[in-house]
Structure formats: C-alpha cells, structure tokens
Write a new protein. Structure first.
Lengths: 808, 338
C-alpha cells in the first residue's frame, strides 16, 4: 500500500519525520519497504507560461522563447520542439540545481542570451527518458513552486500490509495505527453533508432512488446507496489527480476518481453506476444464474456461474459484487445521474469470484480481506459529498441502507496470566489497559477471585476484523509493548538425544563416498519437461502439475537420470566435458490417488578419468569406473550379498553395457553406459556412464553392524592361474564355480588380469586368477594346497572348457 | 726382510695416495692384503727367520697391514659416500611440479548450509523429521489455519497436482505430521525442498527450507527469541545485531519476522539490504491455538514456537551470490567453488 506522508499529516499533525515514521511502523508490524520522494532533489523550479516561440536567429534546431513568471519575462533558448505559446512549463532559472546534477546558469547559446531552461521529465528526474519538455496542465498558477504545484513535495511510503490487517489499507487506518504507536493525537478530517430535497427543493423523478433488495443477506450483509442528480462528469482537479497518481491510481473522471479517493482514505471500496442505465429502477443483489454473463469495465465479457454474487437491475447483472462494475452502466462523459453504492460483501465470496474470473482489483483486494461493515455509510456520505463538490449536482435526501442484521461487537475474555505466559513477560494490569486504550479497543475488567490475576472482557472495534480470540489481543499487546522489550532467554528443557534420521545418515555416507571420488553434487528441479518421456516412454505417467510455470517444468520426475543428462549437456556445452556429478533427491511415482516418494542417488560420469594432468594417463572413463563407484557405495553402506546381473532393457542404458544390482532378488539400483540413442536425442556427443540407486530399498538391506574377525595366525599360500576362456562366459559364472566348489581352505580368489588380442585365439580371452589358501588352525603344506587347487581347476576345465596356460 | 717390508709399505701407501676409484682400491687391497697378496707371501717367509727375529718382523707385518688397511678402508668409505651422494643427486626430481591426486568433489552449497543449520539445532537437542513433498491441501494449508478462500494463500503461490493435492509451499506440514504422532515435549526441525510458483533473480520455483518448532508446557515468546538469537549468532557472528519485528503468519500468533544486521555493509545500508541496514532472515511465531486444535493438543496446557527459514537466502548471503538461479543451473565451474 502506497501512503502519502502529506495526506497522513492531515490526520496526525505531530507526525514524526518520514524516516522515523517508517522505523516505528516497521517495528509495529507495518513493514515500510521503501520511501519515495520524487521531488526531493528539485529545488527552485517554478511554473512559467510561454509567451512566444520563435526560431533561433543563428541555429535551425533551436528555438528562442519568451516565458512569463511572477518575477517577470525571461528569454530562454530551447532545443525542444513540442511547445507552443500559451503552454505552461517547468522553468529552471539561473542558480537552480536539478536532480542529475545539472546546474542552471545564464549563458549565451549561439550568440543569444538564455536565462535558464525549460525542463523535461528526465531532467527533473521523474522519468529515465523523455522526449521534449514537460507541458504542464493549464490550471497551474504561474510563478508557483513546481514541486508544490505538482504535488511532488510529498513523500510516499510503501507499506507491506499483511493479509490480516485490511483496516490498514487506508489513510485513516494507518493514521489510527500511528496514533496508537506514537501516542500522537489523531484528528479526523471533518466535512459536512449537503443533501437537497425535502421541503425546500422538490425531488425530481431521477432523485427517487431505485428499490434495493438483497437475496443473499449472508453474502451481502449491508447495502447502502445514494443518488446524485444533475452532475457534470469531467476531469478531476489537479490536487485530486496528483493524490491518486501518487497512490498508483490513474485519473479517469471526477466521479470515478472520488470513489477511488475515498477508498484510499477510508479503505472502503465504492462503485458508481449511471442510474439512467439501470433498468427498471431496481437493484437486486443475488447469485448469478447459470449461463448469465456480464461485460465488465475492462471490456471483457465474463461467463458467470451460480456461486458468484452479482448486483443486478431488473433484468441482468450490472456489476460483479465487490470485484468490478459492468460496462453498460459505467460512468461516461454524458452521465447525468448516478447511483452510488457502498456495501459489505462476504470476503470468501468475493475471493472465489475474483479467483475464478482471474480479476483482482483494489476493491476485491479489500473486500476479500474484510471491510469495516460499520464504515459503509461514512464512505458513502463522504463520496457523495465530494461528488457534489467536484461535479456539481444534487445529493438526494435520504440514504438507502439495507442492513438486515446489524453488526454486533464480539466480546473476548482476556487473562493477564495468559498474556504473561505466552509472552514470557511480567507486565501489569495498567500496562495492558494502556495498550488497549491506545488501540481503541474497549474493555471491562471482570471480577475475579483474589490472587487470580486480572481478567477483562474485551470488545474490539468493527474495523479490526482480525481480532477474534484472546491470542489476537495478546499479539496486539506484544506489538504495542514492543517485541524488543520482551526478554530474550534460552528455554529450559529436558535433555534428549538428538539424532539424524536413518535416511539422512545414508545420504551423508553416500555423499562422502562420492565426493571423495571426485563427484560434484548437483541439485535439479523436481519437475522436468515432458520431452524426457520421448526418450523414456515407460515413465510417461508422471505426476503433472495443473499450473506449471513452463511446459519444461510440468512433470514431477520419475528418475534423476534425465536431470543429470541435462546437467551434463549444459556443462559439455560450456566446455566442461570431464563430468563427475551426482544428485540425491526424490522421485515421484503415482500410485492411484497417492504418490510414492522415493529417495534416490544418481550419478553420471563422462570424459577423462583423472582429468588433464602431467602425471596421469589421459584415459577416458568406461563402464567399470561407474560400476566401481556403485560397488564402493554398496560396500561403504554395508550392503553385503548384492548381485549384479546384466540386463539388456534398462531405461536409459546401452543394452550390452548395463545391469541391475539386487539383494535377495529385490532390485536396489542399476548402472551402465547411457544408451547412444538417449545421448543422441540430447545432442551429447561423448559416451556417458550412469547409475541410480534406491536409498530406501538400500536402507532395508544394509547393515551398519561392524564385526571383528581375528587376524590370521598362519601364513597363506598363493597360487596364480592364467586360463584361456571363451569370451561368452561371464566372469561371474567362473567366480561362482570357484566359490561353489566348497573348498574350505580357499580364503579368497581375485581376478588380476584380463587380456585378449595377440597370442589369444579369436573369441577367447585370458584371465588370471589369484587363489589365496589358508587354514586358521595350522600352516598348510604345498601338497595340501596342490590337492585342492587341482580340484578347482579341473572343475573349471570340465564345466567351461577353460584351458589353463602353462599346462601343455 | 725388514727392508722389503718397509718398501712394500711405502709402495702401497704411495699407490694409495694417487688412487682414483673404488675398483682400484679393491684391486690394491687384494694385491697387498689378499690371501695370496704380497703381504701374505712375505708372511710365508717368516719361517725362514730366527726365533728372535720372527716376533719382531711378525709385529711389523701386522702393523703394516693395519696401516694399509686403515688407509684402504677410509678410502673405501670415502668412495662409498661419494657414490651415494652421486646417486642421490641423480635421483633428484622437480619437486615443484604439482602433486598427483584425484581431485576431491564436494557437496552442493545448499547441502553445506543445510548441514550447518541442522547441526546447530542438533546441538540444541532438536530432532530431525521429514515429510512428503507432494502434500495435501489439509497439511499444507487447512491444518495450519489457512482455510480455503483465505487471502493468506496469496502469500504463497502454489503448484497444484489436483484440487486437493499440491507441492508443499513450506516445510510446516511436517509440524502437523509430527505433532499428530507424538505428544510434547517436542523439539524438531524439518529440512527439505519446497515449491512456489515464482521465478526471478531472487525466487526459484523450488527451494529449500528448514522448519523448526518447540512445544512444551511453558514455552514463551522469550524462548523463541532466545533460541533464534543463539542460532543466528552461531550461523553468522556472535556479535551480529538481530531485531524481531511483528509480522503475520496464519499458523503463529504473535508472529515475528527476524532481521539480522546486513552482512554486506554491516548495517550501514547498501544495495543488498535496500539501504535499510537489515536483512530479513526468517519468520517465526508462537504456534497458533488453531494449529494445536488441529492436532488435538490442549493449548491451555501447551505452548510452543515455530520458525522457518530459507536456505538459499542464507547461502546467498554467506557466499555473496546475487542470483538464486545459479544454485540450480549446476554449472561445474560454480559447484566446484564450495
């Protein structure tokens, strides 16, 4: 809400300086977000009138003007061309300084003396750029100070009014608040009402007001109206235009401007109809009928629904109650007689209509937060009176005021003990009563038993729609007492163990492992583009947002991989092609009406394994790098007994370079090379390797239990064996066969070389295995080891047809 | 015999004094002192000498052997030392070349700030709780005293999945979920992602929040001030100025906005704090009785405070980042800096 300092000053004469005021308001809950003083750097500029415009004798592009001020006639050379004799302009004479540091001096321009400058808006600092000089309204008095004449000597405070305080969406409301905070006296601006009619003047037919009926008295709890006849619609006077403009309103005509002016001053929205365009002299407040429509003031025809409250004449809706008026009964230049409405509409109803039609107006903004039902007629009278003063005409005697169930103040029981309990204070009865008085809140002490502490019955004023409960009063006390005066203490609490959640610990561990491996953590948006599903139609049924910001962010992701591929593309396009990135986040799986959220970790690698350095080989990463990362994570998390199985049809993965990790037959994740088609569709030109693990699934199978096994007392015996194997046989099968042979003395077997190429037949490869034999009870002999080693090798020979090298 | 011995010694010593390398020393050592060397062959002639002479010459042989050996050994040591020095010199590497290591990665700056915030509250005995990001209208709004058609809903522009299902706009629903399942005393923080329909230099449609709350039989507004002051002092600086000013949130009353002295200009007023010298850092308040009602707590018996803060904002202030969108662009040149 924009607030004119000068206007506020009409209410609070002893108003603190703008900075001080801003500070006080902010610390009382009305945060001042900015202070604008558009005219503060303009000093000495006066209103002048151009008497003549002639061509400069020595320059085609310049003009030579004679202008008049109260001090006399001045000669001015000017480069602009948009002025003519008779125009009023802003004149800066010798000695004036303008906002952007322009100093005005008497000079000779091309041999002709110029006493000053006629200013443009940009030279006055009012706009960033402007063309030509500023031509001012004709009614400004010559010689008057420019800022004063234009209302620029005002200061505008920008106040962030929280949704609970609609009463502060007005000059009057802020004035009441300032009075409460500063203890300054508030002077309500007085005005008198001049009705006509009755005995002195006969009432014309126009002045006879239409009949008003309210069908929905719960949604329109009050409807008041006045009729003003024989007005002359025209432009508003300057002071009114300026006030509206400084509060962000555009001037329209004297009638509409008055309704806006009164809304700013009192906070109550009003609407004026051309009463000659209201059919049948009849106003009905009712719900819209199905298929009814109305053309609103913004020239848009709106289809209405049954839950929208409308103001109707005999036939049809002429306004959306509390939201916007209708085009048909709009005030026009030819309007003679007006019907001025001031009503109270139900906040939820106004909000629903405003949301459904997508119209938010200053009126709907105030009604949906809650207007002052008791302030309805004051605003009406004030507006009618101003219209009479500014547009002429006669105010019909008598006011329509349909108010079926008048406002009944609420009574709230407030306990001193509760105030002190919530706030951690020890204030007394007097201090509380002082706060209440300053806020204009009525109270009556309630008789209590001795030692019980004071209790009041408190009656908030009608404009404080936010005060409904004891705690609302407690907030008011705290606010006025001052948050800064409430003592800052640390709470007493029982000791308790503070632990992270299980999933948090996993995240931390995974993050450690990955960052130690050189991975950077990324965070992507949870919503992705539906384009993702062109490469992954299997996950097409992702959750869709009803109202996404863009189509690119419209579907809740079902895999982190698509996001990481995008991250990779972004970085490769920015010349960073060595990629090691991971992300931990949730995926969203629709399950009927519910959504399952699963926490995943996913990673992507591409480019050089160790980057560019003098000391390492420039090797590109491959499948075994990414698989190794996953193995490291699983080992680090204490997941034993996982298996990895090749699988050809995993989403995003190359059919020959990917597989799934499983524990007890349940999948926990996958890894592999990104499918070339996927990469191509993203225009990525280098291979990438990805993994994704389901942290929730891992949580159920991991073991954080660590156990100790004694360090072996007896030496080990090592046997290495190189063998030629058919390439079709997966290593895992050989390994399982070795382990499955049931040789107790075999402590472990490792693969330490894989070779194919020269000296190895087509379709075969050479594998070197290292067998470690040991007994926990004694030192083994060569013979013992040889006996079992042969069994293992024979088993491999028989089952897989391997050929042990060096065994001719 | 005696003369021959002395001559031999002289010849040996003179040879030694002009010797140039280790191999020559060893050769000389063998030639003179070896089992078949010159001194040994002279020793064999001892038998020819008389009983009287034998021990005298014998002594002489020993002393000559001793002297030659001493010279030879010291030469050998010198050569060995020399050789070691040569070898070490040859082994020299350019130690100014950079070391070899696999570059460390790092977690995201948001993760780092989040961890910092969480650990401060863990230190004060708060427990961590989490909740769903796809929430119902009830948990995100209704139970938090934000009924349908309430203007306070405008404070948070919401992404909807359906009429009743949405992306949580704050982590406050976790407050409700925790209180539904547990009785006070409670000290809980709820970190997580939240979503609002907003995008510009200071807003992204997804960001991170930490919600926290404490409920017990006598928690006051003074406790709220105390805990949040301790937190902000720990997160920023022990002597940073803090101010509490009234605000409005539907789920707390009294509500408070907490500002810290601007970390960029130390309160003098700058672009970041829009000249005010203060930075809005978190929102808080005493939990509203309507919220307690929604979870069946007796608000006459229990009181509590709740607060919420945006992690991105803190990260921006701490690292001097002026565009929030950087966090989600995931440019490695950005990520690597933290």
């Amino acid at each position: 809400m924009k607030l004119s300092y000068n206007w506020l000053k009409e209410y609070i004469r002893a108003l603190p300086s703008p900075d001080k005021l801003a500070e006080r308001l902010t610390m009382a809950g009305l945060e001042v977000e900015g202070i604008e003083a558009p005219g503060k750097d303009i000093k000495g500029v006066v209103i002048a009138q151009i008497l003549s415009v002639e061509k400069h004798p020595n320059a085609d592009r310049l003009s030579f003007c004679k202008v008049k001020t109260d001090k006399g006639i001045h000669s001015i050379v000017c480069g602009a061309r948009n002025m003519k004799a008779g125009d009023k302009v802003a004149l800066a004479l010798h000695g004036t300084t303008l906002p952007r540091g322009i100093k005005i001096e008497k000079t000779k321009i091309r041999g002709v003396e110029s006493e000053g400058m006629m200013c443009s808006e940009s030279e006055l600092g009012l706009k960033d750029a402007s063309e030509g000089i500023m031509i001012l309204p004709q009614d400004l008095p010559v010689g008057k100070d420019f800022t004063e004449a234009m209302g620029l000597n005002d200061i505008i405070l920008n106040i962030n009014v929280t949704p609970n305080r609609p009463d502060c969406l007005s000059i009057l409301g802020i004035a009441r608040e300032v009075a409460a905070i500063t203890r300054c006296k508030m002077h309500e601006v007085r005005w008198k009402r001049s009705e006509v009619g009755g005995k002195k003047q006969p009432q014309t037919s126009n002045l006879k007001p239409p009949s008003v009926s309210i069908d929905e008295s719960s949604l329109c709890r009050r409807y008041s109206a006045r009729v003003v006849e024989n007005i002359k619609v025209g432009p508003s006077p300057n002071w009114l235009k300026q006030r509206l403009e400084s509060h962000g309103f555009r001037s329209i005509n004297n009638v509409v401007d008055v309704t806006n002016y009164v809304m700013i001053e009192y906070g109550h929205p009003l609407h004026a109809f051309d009463s000659d365009l209201v059919d049948g002299k009849q106003i009905v407040v009712r719900m819209a009928h199905e298929h009814e429509s109305i053309q609103t003031l913004d020239n848009i025809t709106r289809k209405l629904t049954k839950d929208m409250l409308v103001i109707c004449d005999k036939e049809k809706p002429i306004a959306l109650a509390g939201v916007m008026g209708g085009k048909e009964s709009e005030i026009q230049d030819t309007t003679k007689n007006i019907f001025l409405e001031s009503a109270y509409f139900d906040p939820s109803c106004v909000r629903r209509t405003s949301k459904a039609l997508g119209i938010s107006t200053d009126s709907s903004y105030r009604f949906e937060r809650g207007a002052d039902i008791e302030g309805v007629t004051r605003a009406l009278d004030r507006a009618a009176q101003m219209i009479v003063e500014l547009a002429g005409g006669d105010m019909a005697k008598g006011m329509i005021d349909k108010y079926p169930r008048p406002y009944k103040p609420i009574t709230i029981k407030v306990r001193l003990s509760r105030i002190n309990k919530i706030l951690g204070l020890n204030i007394n009865k007097k201090e509380v009563e002082d706060c209440l008085k300053r806020l204009g809140i009525d109270f009556k002490p309630v008789r209590v038993q001795k030692g019980e502490g004071a209790v009041w019955n408190v009656i908030p004023p009608s404009f404080r729609v936010d005060i409904l409960k004891e705690v609302d009063i407690i907030e008011e006390i705290a606010r006025l007492y001052g948050y800064e005066k409430i003592p800052t203490i640390l709470p007493l609490a029982r000791l308790s163990t503070a632990k992270k959640t299980g999933v948090d610990m996993i995240r931390e561990k995974v993050r450690d492992i990955l960052t130690n491996n050189g991975f950077l953590e990324a965070i992507n948006y949870s919503f992705v583009s539906p384009k993702v599903f062109e490469i992954a139609p299997e996950i097409n049924n992702g959750l869709r947002l009803i109202n996404p910001l863009t189509e690119e962010q419209s579907i809740m992701r079902r895999s982190l991989i698509s996001s990481l591929l995008e991250t990779m593309r972004y970085n490769v396009n920015h010349n960073n092609s060595d990629i090691k990135i991971f992300e931990i986040g949730r995926i969203f799986i629709p399950k009927g009406k519910e959504t399952e959220e699963r926490e995943m970790v996913s990673g992507i690698i591409s480019g050089l394994r160790y980057g560019e350095a003098w000391s390492v080989r420039r090797d590109a990463v491959d499948f075994y790098d990414i698989k190794g990362v996953v193995e490291q994570i699983l080992t680090g998390l204490g997941v034993a007994n996982y298996t990895f199985t090749a699988k050809a049809d995993i989403l995003f993965l190359h059919p020959g370079k990917g597989g799934v990790f499983e524990v007890n037959g349940k999948p926990i994740g996958m890894t592999g090379e990104a499918h070339p088609d996927t990469l191509q569709s993203l225009d990525i030109k280098q291979p990438a390797y990805i993994f994704e693990l389901d942290l929730q699934a891992i949580m159920t199978v991991m073991s954080s239990q660590k156990g100790y096994r004694p360090i072996p007392k007896y030496p080990m015996i090592i046997r290495d064996a190189a063998m030629i194997v058919n390439r079709e046989i997966p290593f895992q099968e050989l390994y399982d066969a070795v382990k499955g042979a049931g040789i107790k003395l075999l402590e472990k077997v490792d693969i330490f070389d894989v070779y194919y190429g020269e000296n190895i037949p087509e379709g075969k490869l050479s594998i070197a295995l290292r067998f470690v034999y040991r007994s926990s009870e004694r030192t083994l002999t060569d013979n013992e080891v040889n006996n079992v080693h042969v069994i293992i090798l024979d088993n491999l020979k028989n089952r897989f047809g391997v050929e042990i090298r060096g065994e001719a | 015999m005696r003369d021959r011995l002395l001559q031999l010694e002289k010849a040996a010593l003179s040879e030694i004094s002009s010797i140039k390398n280790k191999e020559a020393v060893i050769e000389l050592k063998n030639r003179y002192l070896g089992r078949k060397g010159e001194l040994a062959s002279l020793t064999k002639e001892l038998g020819k000498l008389s009983h009287e002479e034998r021990p005298v010459v014998g002594d002489l042989i020993n002393s000559i052997r001793g002297r030659i050996e001493e010279r030879v050994n010291s030469l050998l040591t010198a050569f060995a030392q020399d050789e070691r020095e040569q070898r070490l010199k040859a082994e020299r590497v350019d130690v100014t070349l950079p070391g070899r290591y696999l570059p460390l990665g790092n977690s995201h700056p948001i993760t780092q700030i989040m961890d910092e915030v969480v650990s401060i509250f863990l230190g004060m005995g708060f427990k961590v709780a989490e909740g769903p990001e796809v929430e119902t209208d009830y948990y995100n709004f209704e139970a938090l005293n934000i009924p349908k058609d309430h203007p306070a809903r405008d404070m948070q522009d919401t992404f909807y999945i359906s009429d009743d299902v949405l992306l949580r706009t704050h982590t406050s629903p976790v407050q409700i979920r925790v209180m539904q399942g547990k009785k006070p005393p409670l000290r809980v923080i709820a970190p997580g992602k939240v979503y609002r329909r907003d995008s510009d230099i200071t807003h992204t449609p997804m960001f991170h929040q930490v919600e926290g709350f404490m409920v017990d039989e006598s928690i006051t507004f003074g406790d709220l001030k105390g805990v949040l002051t301790a937190f902000l002092h720990s997160l920023f600086r022990e002597d940073i100025a803090i101010r509490f000013r009234p605000s409005f949130f539907p789920f707390t009353e009294p509500s408070v906005e907490v500002d810290i002295q601007c970390v960029m200009c130390n309160g003098k007023g700058c672009r970041v704090c829009k000249g005010s010298g203060w930075l809005e850092i978190l929102g808080a308040g005493m939990i509203h009785p309507m919220v307690f009602k929604a979870v069946d707590y007796d608000s006459e018996r229990y009181t509590g405070f709740a607060f919420g803060l945006g992690i991105e904002r803190i990260a921006m202030l701490k690292y001097g980042i002026d565009d929030i969108r950087m966090f989600f662009e995931n440019d490695v040149r950005f990520l690597r800096q933290f």
